[in-house]
Write a protein that binds this ligand. Structure first.
Ligand code: RI2
Length: 314
C-alpha cells in the first residue's frame, strides 16, 4: 500500500473519464488530496510537503485542459507553506479540501438560480456536451414552471449528449437529441444557448468541449444569445501572465474503432476548442452575470495580491 494509491486511483479515473465534467474532476481531485493528508503516515513536515507535491503532480497530469482540477488541488494545498508542524499541514489540507468541495457544490446551485432568470416561458434552448452548471440552469427554469424545449448535441466522439438527454428527460423536460453537425440548422429555432466551461482565460475566452466554438459562431450569425455557465474556479489565473491552455487530444480509438480504417489514415481527436470572447454574451457565475471583459478583475479580486507572485515567480 503506497501513500499515493488514492491519488493514483483518482487520477486514473479522471484520465479514463470515469470521473468527468470540469466541476466533478475538481471535486474529485480535492477529495483525493484531502484523503492523502488524512491517511498520510510519513514522518516530518518536510517529507509531507515533498510527498504532497508528488501527489499534486499525479492528479494534475490526468487531464491537462480543465483548470478546475488545478485550482481545486491548489485550493487544498495553498496553506501548507505556512504550517509549522506536520499535523498543522495535514489539517490545513483536510479542511481546505472539504471547504472546496462544499463551496464548489453550492456554486452550481447559485448559477442555476441566477441563470434560470435568463430563461423565459416558451424558450427553445440549445446545449452542448454534458455540463452540470448548464443543465442546472435549464432544470431550475423547468422547476420554476417555465415551458421550455431543449436541443442537446450528441457531442462526438465521447457522446456526452446521451447523458444530457437522459438527465433532462428524467427531469421531465422536452429534449431532442441532435447530431453535432445539425447545430446551425437548429439555431434558427433556438432562443438561447447555454454551455458549460472547462476553463475561462483572463481575457474572457472559453475553453470547452470540441464543437462549442461552432455553436457560438452559429449563434452569433443567428443573433441568439450564447451563455456560458461556470464556477469562477474555472477561471485560469496562469493565463493572466501569458500561459496558454493545453488542448487535450485523446486516443484515436474514441473516433474510429482500431483497425476499421486503412493504416495510412490519420485521426486527429482534440476534445476541447477555444471560443473567442466576442461570441460570448454572458458568463453566468456564482458571483453573478459577467461580461467576458470582466474575468480579469474578478480573478484579481478573488486571489488578491498573491496573484502577482505568479507573475514574479513563473
Ligand atoms: P461541468 C466537460 O468536459 C464539458 O466540456 C463541460 O462543458 C465541462 O466539462 C464543464 O462541465 P468533459 O469532462 O463542470 O466531458 O459544468 O471532457 O459539469
Amino acid at each position: 500500500m503506497s501513500v499515493f494509491d488514492t491519488v493514483r486511483d483518482t487520477a486514473s479515473e479522471i484520465k479514463d473519464m470515469k470521473i468527468r465534467g470540469a466541476g466533478r474532476i475538481a471535486r474529485a481531485g480535492a477529495s483525493a488530496a484531502g484523503e492523502f493528508a488524512e491517511t498520510y503516515k510519513g514522518g516530518s513536515l518536510e517529507e509531507f510537503r515533498k510527498d504532497l507535491e508528488t501527489a499534486r503532480g499525479i492528479l494534475l497530469e490526468s487531464r491537462p485542459t480543465a483548470v478546475s482540477l488545478w485550482n481545486g488541488v491548489q485550493a487544498c494545498t495553498k496553506d501548507v507553506c505556512n504550517a509549522s508542524s506536520l499535523e498543522e499541514a495535514k489539517e490545513s489540507v483536510i479542511c481546505n479540501a472539504r471547504l472546496f468541495v462544499e463551496t464548489s457544490s453550492k456554486a452550481v446551485e447559485f448559477i442555476a438560480r441566477i441563470g434560470a432568470r435568463r430563461i423565459s416561458d416558451g424558450d427553445v434552448l440549445l446545449t452542448h456536451c454534458n455540463s452540470t452548471a448548464a443543465l442546472g440552469v435549464i432544470k431550475k427554469a423547468h422547476a420554476q414552471g417555465k415551458d421550455i424545449k431543449v436541443y442537446a448535441t450528441e457531442s462526438r466522439p465521447w457522446r456526452q449528449g446521451l447523458l444530457t438527454v437522459r438527465e433532462l428527460s428524467e427531469a421531465g423536460i422536452d429534449v431532442t437529441l441532435i447530431v453535432d453537425s445539425a447545430v446551425r440548422s437548429v439555431m434558427r429555432k433556438t432562443d438561447r444557448v447555454f454551455v458549460g466551461a472547462d476553463t475561462v482565460t483572463s481575457n474572457g475566452e472559453l475553453i470547452n468541449k470540441i464543437g462549442t466554438s461552432q455553436l457560438a459562431l452559429a449563434a452569433d450569425e443567428a443573433g441568439v444569445p450564447f451563455n456560458v455557465c461556470t464556477e469562477t474556479y474555472k477561471f485560469s489565473p496562469l493565463t493572466m501572465f501569458g500561459d496558454t491552455v493545453a488542448i487535450e487530444e485523446r486516443d484515436c480509438g474514441e473516433v474510429a474503432e482500431k483497425g476499421s480504417l486503412p493504416e495510412n489514415v490519420r485521426i486527429y481527436n482534440p476534445v476541447f476548442d477555444v471560443t473567442p470572447a466576442k461570441y460570448i454574451n454572458s458568463i453566468i457565475t456564482e458571483l453573478g452575470i459577467l461580461s467576458p471583459g470582466s474575468v480579469y478583475d474578478v480573478m484579481v479580486r478573488q486571489l488578491g495580491e498573491d496573484i502577482f507572485k505568479m507573475r514574479d515567480n513563473p
